[in-house]
Design a binder for this molecule. Structure first.
Ligand SMILES: [Zn+2]
Length: 126
């Protein structure tokens, strides 16, 4: 099982009535990954299979909905970016077209902004 933030995909509720155990099932309208959301949680639980599907998602947040800070984990070691909370920064100009809607944080070790993938973001603070 993997945990993803509800805002990291275009999740839509798929059950009409709240599940008997409480919570709801969601599906991303872009990549089709499915997950379960417990009551009052901002995160969804995905099976490994659904999580793999979610990694190919091309969903992009509008800039106005980009968080100010993010809590990130599960980063590739070569990024040299420790787990923790980071301020979101603007996309570097040379990357602007493709990735400007994505979440970027400043990487002190590299001295440049780096792009954070949706599954690396645990929480967003607006
Ligand atoms: Zn998706």
């Amino acid at each position: 099982m993997k945990i993803v933030n509800i805002k990291s995909h275009d999740f839509k509720k798929v059950n009409l009535v709240t599940l008997k155990k409480g919570g709801d099932n969601y599906e991303c309208s872009v990549c089709g990954c499915k997950g379960y959301r417990s009551p009052f949680q901002d995160n969804l639980t995905l099976t490994e299979k659904e999580f793999k599907k979610s990694l190919k998602c091309s969903f992009q947040q509008p800039i106005s909905k980009r968080p100010k800070k993010v809590l990130i984990v599960d980063l590739k070691p070569e990024l040299n970016l420790p787990e923790g909370t980071y301020d979101v920064v603007d996309c570097p100009a040379h990357q602007d077209k493709k990735f400007k809607h994505d979440v970027w944080v400043f990487n002190d070790a590299r001295g440049e902004p780096c792009r954070i993938l949706p599954h690396e973001i645990i929480s967003k603070f607006f």
